[in-house]
Design a protein around this ligand. Structure first.
Ligand SMILES: [Zn+2]
Ligand SMILES: [Zn+2]
Ligand SMILES: [Zn+2]
Length: 259
């Protein structure tokens, strides 16, 4: 099947909620990254995100336009629109009409689609999460979310780094501790200031508020100490961020370094 025909079939599969067909159309590999044997395939990752989106937005419409070929590559514009009526990752239906447009580049790997999102820029992708009630409005970023949301790690990684594969990080040898011993940002607590989420330094165990909080104590700690890696402590989250490399890692990383 050509790229064009495969894209047509994918749009139909999403409209029908036919996740088996969609998985079959998608390559096991991402455009520039092959998951390891113990990792979900690219197709599984995409269904893991598109499936709940479709359930949350029963009128989800997905379309592909402006197709252009360039050798083995095809570029196109994807657009997604739908009304957020049902719960999604802990956020109840907002009633918002969600719209998202992105440029993609597609190629075939072993006859199946591998997709790259070409303008997965941070502000735009966060705007979509905001429309879905998964991120607070800009003027409320320093407040906790009204609902305990749990966004899939993989989606956070793509939104925060713009890529599916891991970025290089040379700082794992600075991990000394993985489990927090406190559940407050001590400085904010003493000032009576609230925070949206907590982070913990993996070098010294310092616990501080996140980068959208009023006081941003974790990034201040990084700037003062040079300690590169922190983990999320929100709900059961344990993803890791390297401030030096702007790299994101899933919670599995903590397991490799826990005592
Ligand atoms: Zn690093
Ligand atoms: Zn530290
Ligand atoms: Zn704080």
């Amino acid at each position: 099947m050509t790229v064009e025909a495969s894209l047509d079939e994918s749009v139909r599969a999403i409209a029908d909620g036919d996740w088996q067909t969609l998985t079959n159309l998608l390559s096991d590999s991402f455009f520039a990254y092959s998951p390891g044997a113990d990792e979900p395939t690219a197709g599984q990752r995409i269904v893991e995100i598109v499936g709940p989106l479709k359930a949350a937005m029963p009128d989800l419409a997905f379309s592909i336009s402006n197709l252009a070929s360039d050798g083995d590559l095809v570029t196109a514009t994807v657009s997604l629109t739908g009304t957020h009526l049902n719960p999604l990752w802990g956020s109840p239906g907002t009633g918002n009409v969600v719209e998202w447009v992105s440029q993609i580049t597609v190629k075939l790997i072993d006859g199946r689609l591998a997709v790259r999102f070409d303008d997965m820029t941070f502000p735009d992708s966060v705007a979509v999460l905001r429309q879905l009630g998964l991120v607070n409005p800009p003027d409320e970023m320093d407040k906790p979310l009204p609902h305990p949301v749990s966004v899939p790690e993989f989606l956070l990684k793509v939104v925060m780094t713009g890529q599916a594969g891991d970025k290089e990080c040379t700082h794992f040898d600075q991990i000394r501790t993985t489990e927090p011993t406190t559940r407050v940002c001590a400085e904010c607590f003493s000032q009576g200031v609230n925070w949206p989420a907590l982070r913990m330094c993996l070098t010294c165990g310092f616990v501080g508020c996140c980068d959208t909080s009023k006081n941003k104590h974790m990034i201040k700690h990084h700037e003062e100490s040079g300690h590169p890696l922190m983990r999320s402590m929100r709900m059961k989250e344990g993803w890791v961020w390297c401030y030096v490399d702007n790299a994101f890692f899933g919670k599995d990383l903590l397991g490799k370094y826990s005592a």
